[in-house]
Design a protein around this ligand. Structure first.
Ligand code: ZN
Length: 297
């Protein structure tokens, strides 16, 4: 699957001799230290992020290898001039709390690039978007393949928050500098959480109405999912399958919506076969009263 993450550019300056040699193995001409601006990037780490995902620590060395030589773009104008930043070296850095992937990139000085360099130096172009393809997502709760096991990222199971562990790097893509609004670059904000939440983004880009609509749809979707769960549980109880309601409910909650719909269909068929002509869920049945919603779908 395609993975998009935020990264951070850290300011630097002129290359060391060793860096210049590496750069010149990639550059077409022979560049001098004066012609090159070098900066470092924190591409990703192995900590759980806002998307409830984390890169497997074991995947970082391979990702490090894949990002070498990848270019970075600022905007389309810049691309048309053929000027790009390029990653010439990467390293997996281990500190007390985590392992992270550090990259060094260079930009050829001169013309438009000088403005980009000034922006990086000023911290205006600090945030970077990176992309890569990962072959496998593993569920942190059960160790199964995420998406097939029924656990949901961000949900809590017996006190443990579910997240996906990204494994098996397949490819790394170009990176791009993200335009940061001037306000967020105010010095006082330095060191604060640099990733905005959806609500902040919506406010920033005037998409509040769209966000509200999505939230409304999400509420409807959640209500429908709850009704579907109730319906399936009630069918199981009515068919007297011999499982208590809490167990049935826990099982239903673990199923994805497609599986739940399939189960509902199978149960309905069973009901029709067992009680031909009888409405599926007669009112007044004890099991039904025990349920927290009387709504039928
Ligand atoms: Zn799982």
């Amino acid at each position: 699957m395609e993975i998009k993450k935020e990264a951070t550019a850290q300011t630097s300056g002129a290359p060391t001799q060793a860096q210049l040699e590496r750069i010149n193995t990639m550059a077409k001409g022979t560049l001098t230290a004066e012609q090159v601006y070098v900066f470092s990037l924190r591409l990703c780490d192995d900590q759980v992020d806002r998307d409830y995902e984390r890169f497997d620590s074991a995947a970082l060395p391979e990702l490090a290898r894949m990002f070498v030589g990848k270019t970075g773009i600022v905007d389309h104008k810049w691309v048309s001039q053929g000027q790009v930043a390029r990653i010439f070296d990467t390293q997996v850095v281990r500190d007390a709390n985590c392992s992270f992937l550090k990259a060094w990139a260079y930009i050829r000085r001169g013309g438009e690039a000088d403005q980009i360099i000034a922006d990086i130096e000023a911290g205006i172009k600090k945030e970077v978007s990176i992309g890569c393809a990962m072959g496998k997502q593993v569920c942190s709760i059960c160790g199964g393949e995420y998406g097939t096991c029924g656990h949901q990222k961000g949900q809590i199971y017996d006190g443990q928050t579910c997240y996906a562990i990204l494994q098996d790097p397949l490819d790394a893509y170009e990176f791009s500098f993200v335009a940061v609004p001037a306000q967020r670059e105010a010095g006082v904000l330095k060191g604060m959480r640099r990733e905005p939440c959806l609500k902040e983004l919506a406010e920033q880009f005037g998409a509040q109405a769209e966000l509200r609509q999505l939230q409304e749809q999400a509420r409807l979707g959640q209500a429908y999912a709850k009704e579907l769960e109730n319906h399936v549980v009630r069918l199981c109880l009515s068919l007297e399958l011999g499982m208590p309601e809490p167990a049935l409910r826990a099982a239903a909650q673990k199923l994805g919506s497609q599986d739940l719909l399939a189960l509902k269909k199978a149960l309905e068929q069973r009901w029709d076969k067992q009680f031909p002509g009888k409405p599926q869920l007669p009112t007044g049945q004890k099991s039904q009263k025990e349920l927290d919603s009387g709504f039928l779908i």
